[in-house]
Structure formats: structure tokens, C-alpha cells
Ligand binder design. Structure first.
Ligand code: XUL
Length: 544
């Protein structure tokens, strides 16, 4: 696509005005589909929009993007809902006056692990999408399974154990595939489908992830799965970045023929399907590229493009992201290693009791707001006079325990201030302890999410990790990361060698003045306390 126009001004002078190169990033998450459009040369986000599934498409009868099910462990959604959302979002963008014809390339990301089962008709239907019909109408009859299990599903413990056993236990499963088997991961989900509905499994010609399903719609053909989302399947060899023969064999028969190829996120698949050109006015030369998972995309959107960088999202759960050059996996099987869209590896460690636990402690001591909470933390010494709290209000992912409950060690339950400090210290010490396997010592940590506005929490983080902490504010980091992946893929496709740090420049900046430095005195206290904290954890886990 030519990206400049020539304008003749009055007189003899001719001006060449380059037209903006726009890139579109989409994020098909659990509850919504979001779009971010960037102008690469201006280093600016020019448009963003989100569409909530439950509100915009009530006919699919989802609650928070999930279909009702009698079994609380089963969580499925409807792939047609995601397709309908794509039509609706593009119609909205057209209505909003977005210059869809100037979009050069499209990429995206999806909620990780969710899987879509397509039959042998799918490839033909995708190649001949009729713009006079909706995507939902076009896709009639292409599914070998009507619903798609998603990442919230936890009904595959048996299958996890079976695959893990065949692969030689936690350590070997993690070192081969990047993670131990997890209920939500695609491999165990595929195995359950094969065991419970072998006929439909046989009719499955292609297994897509949410990301590759959406990319397939845009490309009009079965799309590859990228190394980031592929690593969330327990089927990909994390080092060789191909489908792992033993894992595939341990999961289900004839599976390899149903899996698409693996590729880099942002890699050009081909021109966008003419369906979108005719229906919404996309340029016929716009490129459809490979999508990734929402976490790898989010890491890009937060600016993690070099090895050794760390970002922490302090939300309902706290999520620790880190980039690594050398692939190191977690022997205890608690953390995950995915491929990073910026090359190398990305780790993800999810602590379920994040803001969830901070809020519970605030409620427990009836503290009016976070300001007051922070003052109480400041009234107590770092190290908390050896008082430790394990704030596992909900079953915790890291460390793995299915027995929720809070535990106190040398901590008076009536001492509100000490308990406030204790929840902050426990969470940050747990992050330090459970990220040690990565062997990454960051110089700085980016923080984002609601609790990133809490200076006392960030000070404890800086002191425990012994590095500076900087706040990043980006809305829709996953869709932004996807737009950046589209730009990168386009530049590679056109023979350039784009540098990631230059590409993201301007899109993800720390908030000016937000830097918090570690206090070396406190760091010394925490260097010792981490061992005591680890002993408390072991003690609690043993009792369980
Ligand atoms: C990651 C995971 C979730 C989903 C959310 O392993 O399961 O973060 O990707 O969309």
C-alpha cells in the first residue's frame, strides 16, 4: 500500500505530505472486544473503543462473557459471540469515522488458553466469506463443537494429572512446555473433549485458540498460533518453539494434524479478507497478521521489549511479568513461561490474592480509605517486628494451595496497623520468593493497575526487590501491544529491521515523577525477612 500523497500548493511549489500509517490492534478478552488504532509515525494512539459482550450482544446469554453451566467448574463461551462482536465493533468504528481505509495492518490478542473446534468445512467457508451476510451467518455449520472452553474452566484436573504423568512429572512438563499442566490450559481441555465426545473430536479438522480463531476470520484462512499463546497449551516445546511430539501424543490421538503451524506474533498471513474490505471499507492491501495471547500483548503494551525487564499489574490478582533471554522454567510448576512477541521469553506468575486480599484486610479493620491504610502502614517499622501474615483469603495459585484461610505468625490479630503492613509485606516478599527461579534481577519495575496508586505499597515493593519502581498508565495495554505487533510485522514484511524499543517509544512512558527508590536500610531488613517468610509459607503448606 502506498502511504504518501502529493499535494500541489499555490505557485510552483510541490509539497509531499505523508499520510498517516495506521495500525489496528484488537483484544478479544473474556468480557469485551477492544480496539486501539495507532499512528506509528506520530507515535500516538488515535482511537480506542471497547464493546462489552453481555451488554452489546445479550442474545448470546453470557454473564461476564461466560455461558451459564450447572457445573461450577465448567466455563465455556460461544465463538459466534466473538465473531458477532467483530462485526459490531467494525460497524461502530465506521460510524465513528475511523479511517479504516488507511489501516495498513491488523493484529490482535485473545484471552489465553480458550479453544475453538472447527470442522473440515471451515477453511472453505473462511476463504469465501459473504459480505452480504453477517459473520455469524457465514460461520453456520463450521464448528465441530458449539462452545469453547475458556481460561476460567477448571474441570480438567484428571486430564492434567494424566498428561503430567506421561510427561514425567511437574518439573519435566514445565521444562518442556513452559508450564506444568493447568486445568485451563488447552492440552488438558482437548484431552477432556476427546475423552467425553470422541465423535465430535474426530470431526474436528482444526483446533484454534481464541487468538488464532479471530485472526482466521480477518485473514480468511486458518491462521497460525503464535509462540506466546502456543505456550499456553501445554503442547508447544518452549525452547524449540514447535509442537512437542510427546506432549501432543500424551494429549489425544491424531492431534498433530488438527493443530495449525506456529509463527511469530505480528507475522503477515496475507491481505485482509475481502469481506472486511467490501463491508467496512478496509483497504484491499491491508495486511492480516498473526495474533497472540492477551498477556504477551499486554507485556508489549507495558513496554517490556528487552530481556530482564519486569512489570507488575496490581489488580484483583497481582500478575508479575518478566522477560528473559535464556529460557528458565519453574521447577515447582507455579509460574509460566510463554514466548514473548518481542522475541525471547516472557514469564507470568499470577498471585490470586492481590487487591482481593488488600481490600479484605481493609474491611476487616474497618479502615475508611487507602490514605488511612497507608498512614497505618507508615506507623509500623519495615520488617513488622517479625510479624507475618499469609493473606490467602481465596485458594492461592502461588504458592499453590486449595485451602484458603489467613495465617498469622507473631502477629497480633487485634493490631490493625501491623496487619496492614503485614499484607503488603507478605505480597511483595512472596513475589520476590516465587520469581527467584527466573534468575532475573531487574534494575527497575513498572507497575500498573488500581493499587499502583498506593505509595506505601510501592515503597515496600521497591525495598523488597531492591530496585526503583515506576508507574505506567496505559489504558488497553493488550490492544495497544497488538497494534504495535501489527506495526512490527508490517515493517518486517516490507524489508525493514524495526527495533522494538524505538517502535514503542512514546506509547508507553512511566508517569513523570512517579519513581520510587529503594531505601537500602529497609532492603537489608527484607533480605533477611524473605527467609522467615519462606519458612512461614512452608509451615502453612505442610499443615495443609
Ligand atoms: C493467563 C490466563 C489469563 C487469561 C485472561 O494464563 O489464564 O490471564 O489470559 O484473559
Amino acid at each position: 500500500m502506498e502511504c504518501f500523497i502529493i499535494v500541489k500548493a499555490v505557485g510552483n511549489q510541490t509539497f509531499i505530505i505523508t499520510m498517516p500509517k495506521l495500525f489496528l490492534g484488537l483484544d478479544s478478552s473474556t468480557q469485551s472486544l477492544s480496539a486501539v488504532v495507532i499512528d506509528l509515525d506520530a507515535h500516538k494512539v488515535v482511537y480506542e473503543k471497547s464493546l462489552n459482550f453481555d451488554q452489546a450482544l445479550p442474545q448470546f446469554k453470557t454473564k461476564n462473557g461466560v455461558l451459564p453451566n450447572r457445573d461450577p467448574l465448567v466455563k465455556h463461551s460461544n465463538p459466534l459471540l466473538w465473531a458477532a462482536a467483530l462485526d459490531l465493533l467494525f460497524a461502530q468504528m465506521k460510524k465513528d469515522g475511523v479511517a479504516l481505509g488507511k489501516i495498513v495492518a491488523v493484529s490482535g490478542c485473545g484471552q489465553q488458553h480458550g479453544s475453538v473446534y472447527l470442522n473440515e468445512k471451515a477453511a472453505e467457508v473462511l476463504a469465501t466469506l459473504n459480505p452480504k451476510k453477517s459473520l455469524v451467518e457465514n460461520l453456520d455449520g463450521v464448528f465441530a463443537r458449539k462452545t469453547a472452553p475458556i481460561w476460567m474452566d477448571s474441570s480438567t484436573s484428571k486430564e492434567c494429572a494424566e498428561i503430567r504423568k506421561k510427561l514425567g512429572g511437574i518439573k519435566f512438563t514445565a521444562s518442556r512446555t513452559g508450564s506444568d499442566t493447568f486445568e485451563r490450559f488447552t492440552g488438558p481441555q482437548v484431552r477432556k473433549f476427546y475423552k467425553t465426545d470422541p465423535k465430535s473430536y474426530d470431526k474436528t479438522a482444526h483446533i484454534a485458540l481464541v487468538s488464532s480463531f479471530m485472526a482466521s476470520l480477518l485473514a480468511g484462512k486458518i491462521a497460525p498460533i503464535d509462540f506466546g499463546d502456543g505456550a499456553g497449551t501445554n503442547l508447544m516445546d518452549i525452547r524449540k518453539k514447535n509442537w512437542n511430539h510427546d506432549a501432543v501424543k500424551a494429549t489425544a490421538p491424531s492431534l498433530i494434524g488438527k493443530l495449525p503451524p506456529l509463527a511469530d506474533a505480528g507475522k503477515v498471513i496475507g491481505p485482509i479478507s475481502s469481506y472486511f474490505v467490501q463491508k467496512y471499507g478496509f483497504n484491499a492491501e491491508a495486511l492480516a497478521t498473526v495474533w497472540t495471547g492477551d498477556n504477551p500483548a499486554s507485556a508489549l503494551g507495558l513496554g517490556l521489549v528487552k530481556p530482564g525487564q519486569v512489570a507488575i499489574s496490581l489488580g484483583t490478582s497481582d500478575t508479575f511479568f518478566g522477560t528473559m533471554q535464556k529460557c528458565v522454567t519453574d521447577e515447582n510448576g507455579e509460574g509460566h513461561v510463554f514466548g514473548s512477541p518481542a522475541g525471547d521469553y516472557l514469564t507470568l506468575i499470577c498471585f490470586k490474592n492481590g487487591s482481593l486480599a488488600r481490600e479484605k484486610v481493609r474491611e476487616l479493620y474497618d479502615i475508611k480509605d487507602w490514605n488511612a491504610f497507608g498512614k497505618l502502614v507508615e506507623s509500623t517499622p519495615p520488617g513488622n517486628n517479625d510479624g507475618v501474615l499469609l493473606p490467602w483469603f481465596e485458594a492461592e495459585i502461588v504458592p499453590r494451595t486449595n485451602t484458603p484461610g489467613i495465617r498469622r505468625f507473631d502477629l497480633d490479630s487485634k493490631d490493625a496497623a501491623a496487619n496492614c503492613r503485614a499484607v503488603f509485606e507478605a505480597q511483595m516478599l512472596s513475589m520476590r520468593l516465587h520469581s527467584q527461579w527466573m534468575q532475573v534481577l531487574p534494575d527497575e519495575i513498572f507497575v500498573t493497575g488500581g493499587a499502583a496508586n498506593n505509595p506505601q505499597l510501592l515503597q515496600v515493593l521497591a525495598d523488597v526487590m531492591n530496585c526503583s519502581v515506576l508507574r505506567i498508565e496505559v489504558s488497553k495495554s493488550a490492544a495497544l501491544g497488538s497494534a504495535l505487533a501489527a506495526a512490527h510485522g508490517y515493517l518486517v514484511h516490507t524489508g525493514k529491521s524495526p527495533k522494538w524499543d524505538k517502535l514503542i517509544n512514546g506509547f508507553t512512558k512511566p508517569v513523570p515523577g512517579s519513581e520510587i527508590l529503594p531505601d537500602k536500610k529497609n532492603t537489608k531488613v527484607y533480605d533477611q525477612m524473605v527467609e522467615r517468610y519462606a519458612a512461614c509459607e512452608s509451615d502453612a503448606l505442610e499443615v495443609v
